[in-house]
Design a binder for this molecule. Sequence first.
Ligand code: ADP
Ligand code: MG
Length: 241
Amino acid sequence: MLVLRNVHVYHGHLHVLKGVSLQVDEGKIVTVVGANGAGKSTLLGTIAGVYAPTEGEILFEHKPLPYGKVEQIVEKGICLVPERRQIFDSLSVRDNLLLGAYRRHRRDGQEVKRDYERVLELFPKLQTMLDRPGGLLSGGEQQMLAIARGLMARPKLLLLDEPSLGLAPLVVKEVMGMLTQLCDQFQTAMILVEQNVRAALQTADEAYVLERGSIVVHGKAAELLADERVAEAYLGAAGRR
Ligand SMILES: Nc1ncnc2c1ncn2[C@@H]1O[C@H](COP(=O)(O)OP(=O)(O)O)[C@@H](O)[C@H]1O
Ligand SMILES: [Mg+2]
């Protein structure tokens, strides 16, 4: 459903993505792992329309994406859950969730209501704290809220930028453990960007390793997880959780 071919992106003079090619098939979880500064957030930002490529192409459902046009890309069904979650601290959990659907509100109120109920079924913890301000949630709860809010936009493709960032290992397990179920239930595909290589490989179907703006390894996530060279190079201290 999503194909990137030879995508180049600059931040000013800085050449950040150097010919990235990758593919996401319907309903699949694809992970892009790499160190801090590799270009992971830039990659997601480019797909979401925050940055525009200078070269290469991005096809979504066989058509070129309107590069750099965030609103239009959201309309097409691509939703970014940014790094560090960015939920609204002073708004209640309920309002944070409903904001995720604000583009759809007028058009299909009934559907929004149904999605709201389905999202809460998937995240029962949130159900118990609907009136609490977002800022008072724990890190893991905030991450779940950010993902849940993304789902309220009814995406076909969900882009998750480092959901494990700053979470305790057990909470990482809990959050990552939900992603497969979430893709099934909401019929969405996902790109999961992570520095936590092991957790990401355990969760995803396909995996790409991004190093300084280039894809250096690509394969089935399970195969990369079992590959000794990959383990040695990428499953260091950060991955051993
Ligand atoms: N908006 C921006 N403007 C200028 N430079 C940026 C911007 N965003 C990221 N960079 C630079 O691009 C490189 C890749 O960053 P980023 O995509 O955030 O990597 P990652 O998410 O893998 O840590 C880094 O050198 C970073 O400093
Ligand atoms: Mg990043």
